[in-house]
Design a protein around this ligand. Sequence first.
Ligand SMILES: [Zn+2]
Length: 213
Amino acid sequence: MGEILQLLFPERCVGCGHAHALLCKRCSREWGYPITNTIEDVPLISSAFYSESISHIVLKAKENNDRRCRRILANAIASHISETETLIPIPSSPSSIRRRGFDHALLLAEEVVRLTGSSLWHGLRVNRKIQDQTKLNHSARFANLSGAYSFLSGNSGNELPPNVVVIDDLVTTGASMREAIRVIRSEKGAEMLPIKAISACIASHHLPNTISP
Ligand SMILES: [Zn+2]
């Protein structure tokens, strides 16, 4: 049955929409880099530079709940995660969860946990309305997210999870990542400073090497 469907509806690359493969050779070559930066004194590692192909994959996962695309993003994050680490996802806003009908950030984090055997910790939540970041310029993105996250301490009582890693699908200005790290650090201090931050992909125009506001 699968083969018949394949003949009737040959799979198109989720990145470029051309080749008959889930992810064609040309698009898959865009993944797999370790791109290293520093954000709030924490190493930030990404697996790809944001591109047209990758934007299609991120959008399909995020807006269309496309599991194949989510798996590509999860694999990109998972390649930098070990089973001894505890993932804190940058949370989706309640309004985007309502609009989409699913929680992209949570589903992505759960997929990474499945791939790596790591732990998931719901350490952050969005505590006020935030605007869609894609419609804002660089400085407005930082203002939009300032104070937007709060720390949830109910996950494991007073016990701090080991080896905390903040994860996200895409880093553009670094505003979300920076705010997340800042909130975790201000709440728990150096004891729980994330050991690293991982994003599936990163917008290249913010390199080289340090993302600052
Ligand atoms: Zn392709």
